[in-house]
Design a protein around this ligand. Structure first.
Ligand SMILES: [Zn+2]
Length: 298
């Protein structure tokens, strides 16, 4: 029996949710993030309220959420303590939250420092995913070819710890963001040069580089993608051959980023897409569960 359209009938992992220490945000970024939102005050309270966040996930029919964090002190305002923040938050409900953190590839002074930081966050803090954000951290994904040794160390250490790296792709509208660096094509080099590392391309290159993202996904078996940050209604227009790479696509909302009002309506719109139920279940849960080593049975 098909349950298409009923968000409670399937298990769901949202691979891309932003719960970050909002108090660190620069004022102009904060205005862009929360400006004009009726739920702004509630959103700002969530970093201190993991129980409330679980109630929200329950209301939305989401079993687990990956909480995306990364240092970006000069552009967004987040410093390295964002890793401690997300690990602590995860510990409040480890069965519901998956911690994603990061090491800054431009501001980390050496390969040794990057290795040490990766060992700390993947080891002691048990971070399950690393996020890299070229437009917000202003670095080239293939910069390891031109002397960025910290970046190479991050790629290598992720493989050693068995932790996937999520890479932002596509534009960003925050003040100061370098959208040129959101072109995913350098991942062609990265996936070849670091074959043991598993990468996740966030946002499928939206809105400019969907064809680049599709090529990369077909070519590299160590590359996954999340479909977050694209209105589900227009996803198949933007990325028409999604079904061909559905074994390595993860559902995600990017909530509460600008334009993503509500997690539940996003999920319902996704469930309404004309995709076979088998692919739907893979994208909504099974692909992420196997990539992150979660139990696949309840
Ligand atoms: Zn995001």
């Amino acid at each position: 029996m098909s349950h298409a359209g009923d968000p409670r009938a399937v298990r769901v992992i949202d691979a891309h949710v932003h719960i970050q220490p909002w108090s660190q945000l620069k004022p102009e970024v904060k205005a862009r993030f929360f400006g004009g939102r009726e739920d702004g005050a509630w959103l700002e309270s969530l970093p201190h309220a993991p129980d409330e966040m679980v109630r929200y996930l329950d209301r939305c029919g989401v079993e687990r959420a990956v909480l995306i964090n990364y240092p970006s002190p000069d552009l967004m305002g987040f410093d390295d303590s964002t890793n401690d923040f997300v690990a602590g938050y995860r510990d409040a409900h480890p069965d519901r939250f998956i911690a994603c953190g990061g090491v800054h590839p431009r501001l980390t002074p050496s390969a040794a420092a990057a290795r040490k930081a990766m060992d700390r966050i993947c080891g002691r803090l048990r971070i399950s995913m690393i996020k890299l954000h070229p437009p917000h951290q202003r670095f080239d994904l293939d910069g390891y070819q031109r002397g960025n040794e910290a970046l190479a160390a991050i790629y290598e250490k992720a493989a050693e710890h068995g932790v996937p790296i999520m890479v932002h792709s596509g534009t960003s509208v925050f003040p100061g963001a370098r959208s040129r660096l959101g072109d995913p094509m350098p991942m062609d080099d990265v996936c070849l040069d670091f074959p043991r590392t598993k990468f996740i391309l966030a946002h499928l290159g939206r809105p400019l580089w969907g064809d680049h993202a599709f090529f990369l996904l077909r070519r590299h078996k160590n590359l996954w993608a999340d479909a977050s940050g694209i209105p589900p209604k227009t996803l198949l227009q933007f990325f028409p051959r999604l079904a061909e790479v559905a074994d390595r696509v993860l559902f995600g909302t990017d909530w509460p980023s600008p334009g993503v009002k509500d997690l539940r309506s996003n999920l319902e719109a996704f469930r309404a897409l004309p995709l076979p139920e088998e692919l739907m279940e893979k994208i909504l849960y099974r692909n992420a569960a196997s990539l992150l080593g979660l139990p696949s049975a309840r």
